[in-house]
Design a protein around this ligand. Structure first.
Ligand code: FAD
Length: 396
């Protein structure tokens, strides 16, 4: 049959790529993962809200349990971040994990033998029945099917569709605070809940995440984000210029931040936010800044190449399901490839027809949420339109 001899190249070894790689290998395909990074990836302590699709591979195909990789909360809280006034609260249970917790288990499961670091995809040539891949090192690979899981700045998407993400008009400051760096009252305020801090011109979120230390022990810490509206142009360029004068395209990591920028971050917090948030933001040791951008796509398949996760539709983060979308694309792809007959083209078309509407509807959802959250609109506690997760799309 097709599976034992079909060679699949997965480009990008993160959430989407590793989920696809694990599933395809389990289904009998010859799978190689090509990852740009020279070594294991680090999510810099970034929190991720658990959606069923996000963790499905680890729970169904490995010995990992939900408790191993996540911590629970029991409510969502909506606060005026400048006055501290409570706007509302709902009973709503979510679990939170971290990028590192997911990635390390996915990598451990797949192993390093066919996970190739330092492979930055530069060019694809599709011959119809085979695709040639060329990496920056000059090395090449051949595959019968290419799964492009190379994220929001996808080189594959740029080459195949000419699409790059568009700046959304705001950035996010992210950080992680240890619980014991906070007063008892601030700790109690943020733990066991997902907090929205609403402002007229932006918003904050905060929630607990698991942090795994070198001995494998897991502790809770508080992850936050503060979204600032920043017009494209000189103001954004200044914000994204690091201590060596280099204008960074996506993120300025903590150790590269200009000291005056960090000082502005702290002073703006003190001026604009109620004490509970100020304490949280000041307690984080290594805050860093990332631009928010998104991209829509008209298709997820070009010949023998498919785009999954952020490499297809790149969403803004507000409904906490970008990683889940990447994993869902992977599950659906493998289902389409293994369900039907031997017609690869038909299977890929069927997959695209199923997943493209999900990605595009999700993008509309997070753009609508951003319109409200970043511009002081009414963000009603418990509004189902703003509930985390992928939208349900009814096939037309
Ligand atoms: P990525 O995780 O971006 O991985 C792409 C991979 O491809 C990387 O490993 C990269 O190094 C590699 N790569 C890139 N270019 C090349 C190349 N040319 N050649 C080879 N390799 C390459 N999602 C959730 O589900 N829940 C959340 O709570 C959540 N919160 C978020 C908060 C923020 C602030 C942000 C920015 C995102 C958040 N997300 C969340 C989204 C989530 O992080 C992404 O949607 C998810 O990581 C997408 O997975 P992916 O595998 O498609 O791409």
């Amino acid at each position: 049959g097709r599976t034992t001899s079909t060679r699949v190249a997965v480009v990008g070894g993160s959430i989407g790529g590793m989920t696809a790689a694990g599933l395809l290998r389990d289904a009998g395909y010859q799978v190689d993962v090509y990852e740009r990074s020279p070594g294991p990836l680090s999510g810099l302590g970034t929190g991720i809200v658990v959606q069923p699709e996000l963790v499905r591979f680890l729970l169904e195909r490995t010995t990992t349990t939900l408790e191993d990789i996540s911590v629970p909360s029991s409510s969502m809280r909506y606060v005026d971040a400048s006055s501290g006034a409570l706007i509302g609260a709902t009973d709503d249970s979510w679990r939170f994990t971290s990028y590192n917790a997911l990635y390390h288990r996915l990598l451990e499961n797949f192993g390093l033998e066919r996970y190739h670091f330092s492979c930055n995809l530069e060019r694809l040539v599709d011959h119809g029945d085979q695709v040639d891949l060329t990496f920056s090192s000059g090395e090449t690979a051949q595959a019968d099917l290419v799964v492009l899981a190379d994220g929001g700045a996808s080189a594959g998407r740029r080459q195949l569709l000419g699409i790059t993400p568009e700046y959304a008009g705001y950035v996010t400051w992210r950080g992680l605070a240890e619980l014991d760096a906070l007063s008892a009252s601030t700790r109690a305020f943020f733990d066991d809940t997902f907090t929205y801090g609403l402002l007229d011109d932006g918003h904050l979120i905060a929630y607990p995440i698991p942090v795994v230390d070198a001995d494998g022990h897991t502790r809770r810490a508080l992850n936050y984000q503060w979204y600032w509206n920043v017009p494209a142009g000189p103001e954004l360029d200044e914000l994204m210029t690091d201590r060596n004068g280099v204008r960074r395209p996506t993120s300025v990591h903590h150790h590269d931040l200009r000291p005056e920028l960090l000082a502005e971050f702290h002073s703006r917090a003190s001026e604009r936010l109620t004490n509970t948030f100020v304490e949280l933001l000041h307690a984080a040791e290594e805050p860093f800044v990332t631009v928010i951008a998104d991209a829509d796509v008209p298709q997820m398949r070009v010949g023998r190449c498919v785009l999954i996760g952020d490499a297809a539709v790149t969403p803004r983060p507000h409904a906490a399901a970008g990683g889940a979308k990447a994993a869902a694309d992977a599950w659906a792809l493998v289902a389409a490839l293994t369900d039907g007959g031997d017609d690869l083209d038909e299977a890929l078309n069927r997959w695209e027809a199923q997943q493209l509407p999900v990605g595009r509807a999700y993008l509309q959802k997070v753009r609508r949420m951003a319109d409200v959250l970043q511009h002081g609109g009414s963000f009603t506690p418990g509004d189902p339109a703003n509930r985390f997760g992928l939208p349900t799309v009814v096939a037309g």
